[in-house]
Design a protein around this ligand. Structure first.
Ligand code: 3PY
Ligand code: MG
Length: 250
């Protein structure tokens, strides 16, 4: 099957990506059913491992949302398992150099474009019997830029041909600039966002960003990003729970 995120990108339509950080399949299904275009299973900061990610990917693939994974690190073994488990795109944290980006995209593509090993257990169930023929072009590869080093190397990172684009990590970037993790409104951080977004737009590359607030998400939408994450499942659960309790407690 085609990757709907690529279709939305070609149509220049903003995609909304949900964030599944709690290792439970019902919750992943519920998040996916909220109307997101994609849902990312977060193996970096989610407190669960690959075995728990599999039923989450099964649950997401019962909906229209594209199943994505943020891997825990830039590892061929883990990325191969997640693609075999049916992830249709990988967001890889902490890509700081062109070499990091090359290693990442090689793990996501079969030869001659990469070194992915063959064994797409659930990949064929989700992607279809012709999975092998189209996997190299359907699977989406997004490198996280979230350090000053990554920011400085962004042009080189984006020059890697098989990299589809970047996903900006505002908290780690703010921390690396000596600021608090929620300093996403700071001028220096915002300028970095704008710089990265413009670089991607000039090169026809995909750009997504995690948003810590609705206001930030609106600003990123105005900058023309391709994909927005409006918060994690846990953050949204907390926000609405505390909002209702505050109203009812008076
Ligand atoms: C960050 O803000 O650093 C992230 O990784 C968000 O996903
Ligand atoms: Mg991060």
């Amino acid at each position: 099957r085609e990757n709907n995120l690529r279709t939305l990108f070609a149509q220049k339509k903003l995609a909304f990506n949900g964030w599944a950080s709690i290792g439970n399949s019902f919750l992943a299904e519920l998040v996916a059913d909220c109307g997101y275009d994609a849902v990312t299973v977060d193996l970096q900061h989610g407190l669960f491992s690959v075995e728990a990610a599999v039923p989450m990917l099964q649950a997401i693939s019962a909906t229209k949302a594209v199943p994505l994974v943020r891997c825990s690190e830039n590892s061929l073994g883990e990325i191969n398992k997640l693609l075999d488990a049916g992830a249709y795109g990988i967001i890889c944290p902490l890509i700081n150099t062109k070499e990091d980006a090359e290693k990442f995209v090689r793990a996501c593509h079969y030869s001659p474009r990469g070194g992915r090993s063959y064994g797409p257990a659930r990949g064929v169930l989700y992607g279809g019997k012709d999975y092998f023929e189209h996997a190299n072009r359907t699977i989406l590869t997004l490198a996280m830029i979230e350090t000053r080093q990554g920011l400085a190397a962004a042009e080189e990172i984006l020059s890697v041909p098989d990299l589809d684009g970047i996903f900006i990590g505002p908290s780690d970037l703010a921390i690396d600039m000596g600021l608090a993790p929620d300093a996403w409104n700071d001028d220096k951080v915002d300028q970095a966002f704008q710089h990265l977004i413009k670089l991607c737009q000039a090169r026809g590359k995909y750009v997504g960003i995690f948003c810590g607030s609705v206001e930030m998400a609106e600003r990123m939408k105005a900058y023309g990003v391709d994909m927005l994450v409006p918060g994690t499942d846990a953050q949204l659960l907390r926000a609405e729970t505390t909002r209702r309790l505050n109203i009812l407690r008076g």
